[in-house]
Design a protein around this ligand. Structure first.
Ligand SMILES: Cc1cc2nc3c(=O)[nH]c(=O)nc-3n(C[C@H](O)[C@H](O)[C@H](O)COP(=O)(O)OP(=O)(O)OC[C@H]3O[C@@H](n4cnc5c(N)ncnc54)[C@H](O)[C@@H]3O)c2cc1C
Length: 363
């Protein structure tokens, strides 16, 4: 083991990763959250495996908006594409000896009766094998199941996209963009910036996406149909004709649908984890799920879905996992302390309330 320049232990490059009896940490998903978590655990000397369902790392920035210039990540004043950002973080993780298994999908996480250094081991089961490990960090995002629009689906056409097509696919085209969130607005903007023409069909009266992006779309000549839904769709020659809820027709060469994602409830239920009402994984303040030693980070829970938030959560969960491994009772003690503080807080409030009540009675 050698020391890194920020006083943590790095892994020895001589480790035979193909013959480890168990992994310290297995991370599910090589998106922003999983990659950031993996860098953090490996930089603390923990053997770290990342299991990724797709054939490449990167998650949404790589697969959903590879060409888009991301402008809200600190340190890149000129922006950076999803593809380049993903490649950079992946290289950093690989250089630090994070191990990857691609084309492997999480199926189950089983408890075993095996123990390593007082830590009960889990077996993470994928469609292609199983990995014994001490801690698991689930960072599988939204699983990329875009919400479908049945009225367009019945066309069974390749001209209906549920992700942003590659640059060039829509040059000079008339494009209908369905949805009023940031993803739909990003798509509309990209089409307009590449000589396409846009009709945005937005269900809400007030679009959910950023107001300044909407203003830019308007400025570049995009047509915005608010409080509007597609009631019918059919082909007329090569063109798709959409009928909107106000009875008007919109003709387009292709349609991009960006109306959100479905939470992967089935997978989460299979993992026997407590879920929130919206189907996302429930976590405590330490990103730990209802099953001890299993953490969940990134887009799979919470309201703020951003790369930097996914990074931060990945890093925090990785540090809590590290602390659980290096000082096993630390997190439990911290939880007890938190509970005590809450109870003391409640007692102080109760005492203050009864004092006020007594004062009122006296006056
Ligand atoms: C169109 C669009 C534009 C966006 N623009 C921005 C932006 O400009 N700035 C910004 O900060 N954020 C942006 N975001 C949001 C940002 O991309 C996400 O918040 C971020 O990618 C979440 O990271 P994550 O690691 O939690 O999940 P993901 O990026 O979804 O990564 C999850 C990974 O897990 C893998 N996986 C899923 N299921 C399994 C399984 N069962 N087994 C193994 N692997 C699995 C997936 O294949 C994927 O690689 C945008 C999102 C979209 C859709």
């Amino acid at each position: 083991m050698k020391m890194a320049d920020f006083s943590v232990t790095e892994l020895d490059s001589g480790i035979d990763f193909s013959n480890l009896p168990y992994w310290d940490v297995v991370i599910v998903g090589a998106g922003p959250a999983g990659l950031a978590a993996s860098l953090t655990t490996v930089h603390r000397g923990l053997t770290t495996l990342v299991v990724e369902a797709k054939s490449r790392p990167g998650g949404q920035p790589q697969f959903l908006y590879a060409d888009k210039k991301i402008v809200d990540v600190s340190g890149f004043p000129d922006g950076i594409t999803g593809e380049e950002l993903s490649a950079r973080v992946f290289r950093q993780a690989g250089d630090a000896l994070v191990q990857f298994r691609f084309n492997e999908e999480l199926v189950a996480i089983e408890e075993t009766d095996q123990v390593a250094k007082d830590d009960p081991l889990k077996r993470l089961v994928t469609n292609d094998g199983g990995y014994l490990c001490r801690k698991v960090i689930i960072a599988c995002g939204l699983l990329h199941y875009p919400r479908k629009l049945s009225v367009l689906d019945q066309l069974s056409s390749k001209k209906v996209y549920y992700k942003i097509p590659k640059i060039g696919d829509y040059e000079e085209n008339q494009v209908a963009v369905v949805g009023g969130g940031d993803s739909a607005m990003d798509a509309a903007l990209m089409v307009l910036q590449r000589n396409g023409r846009v009709d945005m069909v937005i269900r809400e009266e007030v679009p959910l996406g950023k107001a300044d992006t909407l203003a830019r779309i308007r400025h570049l000549g995009g047509n915005i149909h608010i409080s509007s839904e597609i009631t019918a769709a059919k082909f007329h020659g090569d063109k798709i004709v959409l009928t909107l809820s106000d009875g008007s027709n919109v003709e387009c060469d292709l349609a991009i649908v960006q109306i959100g994602f479905l939470s992967a409830k089935d997978t989460f239920q299979r993992l026997d984890l407590r879920l929130n009402q919206d189907g996302s994984i429930a976590i405590d303040p330490y990103y730990e799920t209802s099953r001890g030693g299993i953490f969940a980070v990134g887009d799979i829970h919470g309201d703020i879905k951003l790369i930097t938030v996914a990074w931060t959560e990945g890093i925090q969960a990785a540090i809590y996992a590290f602390k659980e491994i290096t000082s096993p009772y630390w997190l439990n003690e911290k939880r007890l302390r938190d509970q005590k503080i809450t109870m003391i807080g409640e007692k102080i409030t109760q005492a203050a309330q009864s004092q006020t009540l007594a004062k009122r009675k006296r006056t």
